[in-house]
Design a protein around this ligand. Structure first.
Ligand SMILES: *Cc1c(COP(=O)(O)O)cnc(C)c1O
Length: 383
């Protein structure tokens, strides 16, 4: 008999976001849900679409949920429903995904860039105040601000509303990365006049394609959003009451999202455990994420700050651990956005963050073994 020599245990590469691990958990339920849609054949505005809107409303406490074709579309629909357009200033952070600023340009308004807080990375209320002054000097009408709950943590709505109310602005919450997070115990979706979110697959609550939703308590805004979603239709197909889009959420994606929503709170709890463990293992050597008092996060990203970020990412990569930089170049420095105004005093925090942030692997199915590998590799890189 020959000796069987066991192969040496080699670690597999770590996944930055592992959608297959989630699929393994609910594959049967998702396949059955897809099968039901294929069988009934109501691919557009089928029963699953109404059902996911009801479930999301119950989940976050919003009166109305209007599902749609993407997070970007959700933001556009929100601006269109409030007639934001030419001459209007829309205040946006520059340290975010491009879509937040893009939508202002798409409705013919002017994005005005606002700086962020160095610890939470969310819109800074003092910079918003300065940006409003800048807009007025430029002859723009301050219309609304789009705070982003960056990397999963809710923005500071108390401070932002103090400025917004003073200047008659309404707030559109870009919760594309943060559905499920809370501000003072209230889930996003029920905190600002209108909230937009994304169901892009890699977001904390994602479907298997593009999707999004708009949340509001305002009946008039809800009526307009429903019209905008389908070509501005009023009473049926032959009654056009405004300019709209074709922006519906598919029944198939709604069916998938229903199954994912059923395990979402459990997944958020897992993300919070992993984030706490990362912080325990790393807080003495890098700036770990800071949660504001009264805010929770769904940890779309776990993002550290270090002046030695490149050294860290190279060392981790050598051990099969991926990292990402969100965002290496702020929007106000990107070519199509260079002509738009920035808040008085500039955006020094945004520009510094783009040089030193680094996001680590984060998903609900990251094993404790892999969490330990990330922590150990990062500590070794800086030792
Ligand atoms: C992903 C994202 C969006 C856009 O969502 P899509 O569904 O991809 O259109 C908007 N804002 C932020 C902050 C995002 O992260």
């Amino acid at each position: 008999m020959r000796d069987v020599v066991p192969a040496p245990v080699t670690d597999q590469p770590v996944a930055f976001i592992d959608l297959q691990a989630q699929r393994a958990r609910i594959a049967d339920r998702i396949d059955a849900a897809i099968g039901r849609v294929l069988a009934h054949g109501a691919f557009i505005m089928g029963p699953e679409v109404a059902e996911i809107e009801r479930r999301l409303a119950a989940h976050c406490g919003a009166k109305h949920v209007i599902s749609c074709s993407s997070g970007t579309t959700a933001l556009i629909m929100a601006l269109m429903s409030k007639d934001v357009g030419r001459g209007d200033a829309v205040f946006v952070p520059s340290f975010t995904f491009t879509a937040t600023a893009e939508v202002a340009v798409l409705v013919d308004a002017t994005p005005v860039f606002v700086d962020v807080d160095p610890e939470t990375f969310c819109m800074d209320a003092a910079s918003l105040e300065r940006a409003i002054a800048t807009a007025k000097q430029t002859g723009l009408r301050p219309a609304c601000a789009i705070p982003v709950d960056l990397f999963g943590q809710s923005a500071d709505y108390d401070a932002l509303y103090e400025v917004a109310r003073k200047h008659g602005l309404w707030l559109l919450d870009d919760a594309a990365q943060s559905y499920g997070a809370t501000h003072r115990g209230r889930k996003l979706g029920s905190v600002t006049e209108i909230t937009a979110t994304s169901f892009f697959p890699s977001k904390p609550l994602g479907c298997y394609g593009d999707g999004g939703a708009v949340f509001t308590d305002d009946d008039e805004v809800q009526r307009r959003l429903v019209q905008v979603r389908v070509h501005g239709q009023g009473k049926g197909r032959d009654d056009t009451v405004r300019i709209g889009l074709t922006a519906r959420f598919d029944s198939l994606q709604a069916a998938i999202l229903l199954e994912k929503l059923a395990i979402f709170d459990d997944e958020c709890a897992a993300r919070n455990k992993i984030a706490a463990r990362y912080t325990d293992g790393l807080k003495d050597i890098v700036q770990t994420p800071q949660l504001r008092d009264g805010a929770t996060s769904v940890w779309a990203q776990y993002t550290i700050r270090s002046t030695r970020r490149d050294k860290i990412s190279t060392a981790l990569k050598a051990q099969g651990i991926p990292t990402n930089v969100y965002y290496p170049k702020p929007i106000h420095q990107q070519q199509p956005y260079r002509g738009y105004p920035v808040a008085g005093g500039g955006l020094p925090v945004t520009e510094q963050l783009s040089q030193d942030v680094l996001s680590l692997p984060m998903h609900p199915y990251l094993s404790t073994h892999d969490q330990d590998r990330v922590i150990a590799a990062l500590r070794a890189a800086l030792s």
